[in-house]
Design a protein around this ligand. Structure first.
Ligand SMILES: C[S@@+](CC[C@H](N)C(=O)[O-])C[C@H]1O[C@@H](n2cnc3c(N)ncnc32)[C@H](O)[C@@H]1O
Length: 275
């Protein structure tokens, strides 16, 4: 595209995104429950954009390998923000029990019905940005590991800190958190363009996400060190990765969004910041 054509396309793309965003529900937790209700009732019929890391997918395999190396796999695993539970189910291959937790009762209902009777797997609706609720859960299950995929980057700074407080309560002395979050360089427009959006057309899964979900942000090493300060947390490992997306067009190849992963544990009082 030459300069003026590109500028015209950008104006049209911005206008399209603004029009789609107008219909977003206001309260963040209602957004998620409305989204999952729309998915289960069929009014949101496009594939869920991040829902590509199910059984045998390269992304999930690489998480499981790193978890086997870096986490105590005798502990239970809590999948915070589990959505439809597809990845929670994969985690049962490595951990003795897996609890998928989601703020959306609709998500939990569909996870339960999709993964009924999987040994060691259960689901619960809970707002993971309420550390008191997480402390209650920690009291019930004892020290646990935590998995978070694609949740920090959609929360405000205040709620990110609250989510870290919940994680702290769940890990106890022995657990670790494994997080993977999208971390796309550049602004929102380059993110949209990398997934095939133009001023004339936004691919269906992306269009659905823009109209129904909170706007995603960046979450990389800088954000991690703010949310998990070295005074309280030990960084075990971190790196760049890709978060798998569904194909943007029917029959097309799956996509990949640049992402960040890290494993952390609570820092013991008087301990060092690295293991
Ligand atoms: C982008 S989706 C990722 C779902 C799942 N982790 C995956 O990768 O397939 C984010 C999920 O986090 C859930 N979520 C958002 N805020 C939450 C909160 N405060 N407590 C628990 N779950 C939350 C949403 O309902 C949604 O299912």
């Amino acid at each position: 595209m030459n300069g003026p054509v590109r500028a015209g396309d950008t104006v049209r793309l911005v206008a399209r995104v603004a029009a789609l965003s107008l219909h977003r529900p206001r309260r963040p937790d209602r957004r998620w429950d409305d989204f999952w209700r729309g998915v289960s009732q069929g009014s949101l019929a496009e594939p869920i954009i991040w829902d590509a890391a199910g059984a045998g997918h390269d992304e999930t395999r690489s998480h499981l390998r790193a978890m086997a190396d870096l986490m105590d796999t005798s502990l239970p695993m809590v999948d915070l923000g589990c959505g439809n539970g597809a990845i929670s189910r994969q985690l049962t291959g490595l951990f003795p029990s897996v609890l998928g937790v989601d703020v959306s009762p609709e998500a939990v209902a569909s996870a339960r019905s999709a993964h009924a009777r999987v040994p060691g797997l259960s689901f619960r609706s809970l707002d993971a940005t309420r550390p008191a609720a997480a402390a209650g859960l920690a009291h019930e299950i004892g020290d646990a590991n935590v998995f978070v995929r694609g949740v920090f980057h959609v929360l405000s700074r205040r709620r990110q800190a609250s989510l870290a407080g919940s994680v702290e309560a769940l890990l106890g002395a022995r657990g670790r958190i494994y997080l993977v979050e999208t971390n796309v360089p550049g602004g929102a427009l380059s993110y949209l363009r990398s997934l095939g959006a133009t001023g004339d057309r936004i691919p269906g899964p992306l269009r659905q996400a823009i109209s129904a979900l909170p706007k995603p942000g960046h979450f990389g090493a800088r954000q991690r060190s703010r949310v998990f300060p070295a005074s309280r947390w030990t960084l075990v490992a971190e790196g760049s990765t890709f978060l798998a997306t569904v194909p943007m067009e029917p029959g097309g190849p799956p996509g990949n969004v640049p992402a960040y992963w890290a494993v952390l544990g609570r820092r013991p009082p008087g301990g060092s910041a690295r293991p």
